[in-house]
Design a protein around this ligand. Sequence first.
Ligand code: NDP
Ligand code: HSE
Length: 429
Amino acid sequence: MIKIAVLGCGTVGGGVCQLLIQNAHDIAKRTDKCIEIKKVLERNPQRAYDLGLKEDQVCSSLDDILNDDEIKIVVELMGGIDFAYECIMKAIDAGKNIVTANKDLISVKGEEIFALAKEKNVDVCYEASVGGAIPIIGAMQNILCANTFTDIVGILNGTTNYILSKMYEKGWSYSKALQEATDLGYAEADPSSDVEGTDAARKISILGSIAFNSRCTLSDVYCEGITRIEERDIVLAKKLGYTIKLLAVAKERNNKILLFVRPAFVPLAHPLASVNDVFNAAFIKCDAADEIMLYGRGAGSMPTASSVIGDVMTICQNIANGTTGKLGLECYKVKEISPVTDLRSSFCLRLRVADQPNVLAGVASVLGKKDVSIESIIQSPVKNSGTASLTIITHPASEQDLQTAIEELKACEYVKKANIYMCLDMETM
Ligand code: NDP
Ligand code: HSE
């Protein structure tokens, strides 16, 4: 019997309790141990009782867990940083192994947590912190670990993917789609971290650390969310044969790491274009395995519980074998972080310009001088405004060059508005 404690019985904690009951027999057979929830820490005990837990299993003080030598694994599912950090550090100090789904914490305090765990010879597992049910961390740290990774292009936030899919497929408004995602338990307690891209940025920083063996943190990630996307951007993308996805990207070139989260035009023929609703995916490029795409439910109670309990079961085996203290995230290299302007990609450039002679030539000339080559261009007049809308898809270009060209264009009296989207292409990979 392995006794565990669960901190937080919300969406994910509830799923963990349910799955441990639902699949108890197979879980016990596969780990050769029964897993028992000895204690849960929960502010609202009724929530725990509703999950079938008894009064003596529910506590309101962390000390009840820390002082219980029978508890070998602490599963942190409260979220947030300060209190979760305090609980995890104290639990490690008390010799307990940790499972967490908390990307907020791992992406900023991972280094300290993993260092203490190593010192105390305990495991810290965090599979559920990235991609919900997708076993991406396990795949990269285990079966793919012989490879040198160069690129990860992911759809790593279920809430925003749900919102973008519903806007694209069903024409839902942004606010209706966000409300649905929240009701389904996908969104964070503060959904601004989903829609502003921070949640995906946290996740890609974790994957970047694993892929490149060099510590990447949230502050290393250039981050743009989906709040600036308008319905007409979606209509335009559709018309051009693209869909819009919030991409989280980590790339290594010449020993430098580039990390960003931003909405991008994804060609409909690309496998990531068909990742819809709450599903997440990570497209990984590495030297031996070449290209791999992992796909699954990126959020939600039971999908996330699947990863959490998988981690618990792994630790059970390590406890049985006396091999704890080896799982974590050690980064044994230090690599420079590149600015996002080092990116080379195709872009979709949208300009609102005065509808008059020589404007097209002027735009082409500014782009040409910066070595930005045009792949296609569409001009449509905007009724009764004396202006036209220009949509330009570029060949792969340096973002730095494109940004400089855009600044120059914005200073031209005939350019009224300018914005860009990255387009996913093979060079971006
Ligand atoms: P919820 O808000 O649904 O659940 C959190 C639970 O923890 C609530 O019951 C909350 O109680 C309780 N809690 C929070 N702080 C404390 C505290 N100080 N003491 C006792 N109990 C506390 O969150 P989720 O289950 O959605 O998320 C949990 C973690 O899993 C987060 O780190 C999240 O980022 C991560 N995650 C979530 C996924 C999802 O699909 N929801 C997917 C992958 C990861 P109260 O309501 O009273 O605050
Ligand atoms: N809010 C997160 C998402 C939960 O929507 O992806 C999973 O980490």
